[in-house]
Design a protein around this ligand. Sequence first.
Ligand SMILES: [Cu+2]
Length: 76
Amino acid sequence: MTDNETEPTMSRIRYAVPDVSCDHCRAAVVREVSKVPGVETVEVDLETKTVTVTGEPLDEAAIVVAIDDAGYEVAA
Ligand SMILES: [Cu+2]
C-alpha cells in the first residue's frame, strides 16, 4: 500500500474542519476518511483545524461525507 516513490499524479485536498480538537477527533476522522477509495494519507492538523487528504483519484464529495460520518462538518 505504501511505497517510497512520490506519485506525480497524486492529488492533495485540504478541508477546514473547525470542530476537530483532540486526538479522539483526529482518530475518528482518519478512520472514516481512510475508507474512501483512492485515499492514501489523511492528516489532521489540530492547530489549524484542517484535514489534508492525498490520493488518486480523490472523490471530494465522498471525503466530505466521510468526515460527516465521523461526526464533523467541513466548513464551506
Ligand atoms: Cu476530540
